[in-house]
Write a protein of this length. Sequence first.
Length: 480
Amino acid sequence: MATESHDDAWTLEGEPAARSIDDVTLAEYDARPVAKFAVAFLIGATFFLVPVPWRGELTVPFDVAVSLVTESFPTAVGVYCLAVIVAGGLLTTLAELDRRGVGVAGADLPVDLAYFESSAAFWFLRVAGALLAPVMFFKFGPEWLHAPGTGGFMWGTLIYSVGVIIPIGAVFITIFVELGGLEFVGTLSRPVMRPLFRLPGRAALDSLASWVGSYSVGLYVTRNVFERGGYSRRDVFTIATCFSTVSIGFVGVVAATVDMLELFPLIFLAYFVCVVVCAAILVRVPPISAVPETYVAEPDPEVPFEGSTADYLRFALSEAVRKAEEGETFLDAARRGFVDGLRLTSLILGTILAVGLAAVLLSAYTPTFRILGAPLVPLVDLLGIPNAETVAPATIVGITEMYVPVLLVAEAEPMARFFVAVLAVSQLIFFSSVGPMMMDMFRDVPIRFRDLVTLFALRTAILVPLVAAMTHAVNALGLL
């Protein structure tokens, strides 16, 4: 994933005219490609969408699979994460030395070193992660470093989860995408995604992967489509920063933490509305609107299409079957997805550890966020949210890790707990995981630290009054 200069980017010269169902050549519905698409769609939908009971709650098979692996084999997962992070730091160093002509025998390695080329900043972060990984795995150093709320959470929960989520998710999402699922979902979603969010219809799949699986899987889909010319830089910037949502399952965890599991449908509905409203606003203002609509590969945009609902369904099915006919076998897609997921994990896991550990330590052991939150106390009071002294810091500490604000208000009044629960999951950008993941995966966009901080501030400014209004509405219904 070598960084490409903007001077070498591909651009679109003009918007093609919209086509109707009579202007397109529909695919032949031969039994084999239809069956391939149907089975791939069924596998993906079942794994990511079908609710199943698990430990007294409803979740999806993907969440069950990840939980079984991380909880049943914690030592093995720890060894795997340690190996992947150290390998990522080592391969990045070899790639950098090779690029500088220091005589590394890159051709003798069974990996493409160009994939691991990086800027100096991310080289440093990956190496820092490689040095920190043995410290966290073997629990070297002071106890406060490995406390459950800091290093213990970072290593044993976030790193383990991301390390397992990406390769497993990549297997099933690659089968789904390569055998027609992307074309089917994307075509049907065009009438919503383009006018509301200025995105191709296919971006709906990235968002759906985040909602039902993990933002890690959603970003993996975005990276793959981007590298093939399906997204411009602005598309990627928008999807990554506005639709890398926390999963439905995690929203349930947040609801349980604030002792409001009975209000989960309302919390999720409020969260959904917040994500849609923020995205619709932020795509139209800087920094997102200032990102160039250039490509890193030969552009493969969606051709505009107009028609009835039935026309869209016919066109979507035709595109899906055509893709399935051209696509690989199930086994080849699964194998490639796993390898791609493993490579991506080795690329970003060290960065997540280095940045994320610094973020949670800053939150836990310094008064930084209490000081930054103090000026917001009068605003929270003005909005009628109780426990303002506790809620105000919680509105900004989520930039470190979105679960921290929820812990801060666990003993607060119901209105304060509902407010922070919805706000925390809706802010999206946090530096224990998704922030460094975006910056490292999309250096060729680029997504920069200052952009993410700006977007976090803008999201918070939109969300605070919006969520306050929702909180008062729920309270007026007598539910809080």
